[in-house]
Design a protein around this ligand. Structure first.
Ligand SMILES: C=Cc1c(C(=O)O)[nH]c(=O)[nH]c1=O
Length: 309
């Protein structure tokens, strides 16, 4: 399943989509994404039952990005299954993000996606940093292995995983080794927000968000170098899987960098949150201009072809 060109039998109209959690919680937002220039879209990570999430303020814009501790607010898995049933797959592919609070919840949700037989592609979120008391699965390598083994045997179709950023070459090696043992894991989305950052308001000498004493996931320009590293690290280590890039994208140049690093599709989070779905039209045009200036006709000509010195 090569995401970059053929998806449901035809190329994407743009290698662009939203990052899960942004502009995808409710039907009106999902409809706006469906109508946008994005080439694909993903639902908000869902749990078995509806969740209010953490107390507000829980999102804050920063000079170079954002900090969030939303706490997994979502309408519950059935709401998104209902959307997936109505989605027009000829218009654009849909990814279905799942972040069950327990392995059992994940298995229950995944079984229902299986039964509903929706063409949506499962993006299993193993990296939510903001549910108090719950460590990120993808930072516990044994738990990661167990979850992938269980989901692989419960779900008969290809699926993908949403990973947190890693910051150590040994961790890239170890996680890639685990992922490569699961051929059903067809794509890897790198990265989720950089967990548990902290920002301070100078005037009030206070943190910016209420949950977790102000600790929250960092997104936006701050995370671009880490996102590019994770995209390229898994692109090099997992040749049989597609990489979806996410993190720090706000211009056509950032999109180009993610594609050059090995991404097939690029997700937009913070910049989409701030600018809305019109951003896809701008990014598509900026990428086309860069490709024209460089003499590239197709993405395939440069995708993954990052040079080293
Ligand atoms: C699914 C929960 C997530 C959340 C959240 O809902 O707090 N925020 C993120 O930056 N990444 C997540 O994966």
């Amino acid at each position: 399943l090569d995401l970059s060109t053929f998806f449901l039998g035809r190329p994407l109209t743009a290698p662009l989509m939203n990052a899960s959690g942004v502009w995808c919680n409710v039907n009106s937002q999902l409809h706006a994404l469906a109508e946008s220039e994005a080439g694909a879209m993903v639902t908000k990570s869902c749990t078995l039952l509806r969740r209010d999430g953490n107390p507000e303020p829980r999102y804050h814009t920063l000079t170079m990005g954002s900090i969030n501790s939303m706490g997994l607010p979502n309408e519950g898995h059935q709401y998104y299954l209902d959307y997936a049933e109505r989605h027009d797959y000829e218009n654009k592919p849909l990814f279905f993000s799942v972040a069950g609070l327990t392995l059992d919840d994940n298995l229950t949700i995944v079984a229902q996606i299986q039964d509903a037989y929706t063409p949506a592609l499962l993006e299993l979120n193993l990296s939510c940093p903001n549910v108090p008391g719950k460590a990120q699965i993808a930072y516990d390598f044994d738990a990661l292995d167990v979850v992938l083994a269980e989901i692989s045997s419960a779900y008969s179709r290809p699926f993908g995983v949403k990973l947190p950023p890693y910051f150590d070459i040994a961790h890239f090696d170890e996680v890639a080794d685990i992922l490569n043992r699961y051929e059903k894991v067809n794509f890897i989305t790198c990265i989720n927000s950089i967990g548990n950052g902290l920002m301070i308001d100078m005037e009030s000498e206070t943190v910016l968000i209420k949950p977790k004493q102000g600790f929250g996931g960092i997104g936006g320009e701050y995370v671009l170098p880490t996102a590019l590293a994770n995209v390229n690290a898994f692109y090099q280590r997992c040749p049989k899987k597609s990489i979806i890039g996410c993190g720090g994208v706000n211009t056509g140049e950032h999109v180009f960098m993610h594609l050059l690093a090995g991404a097939s599709i690029v997700q937009i989070g913070t910049a989409l949150y701030e600018q809305g779905p019109e951003i896809f039209e701008r990014l598509k045009a900026e990428l086309a201009l860069i490709m024209q200036e460089k003499g590239y006709k197709t993405i395939r000509e440069f995708q993954g072809k990052l040079k080293t010195l």
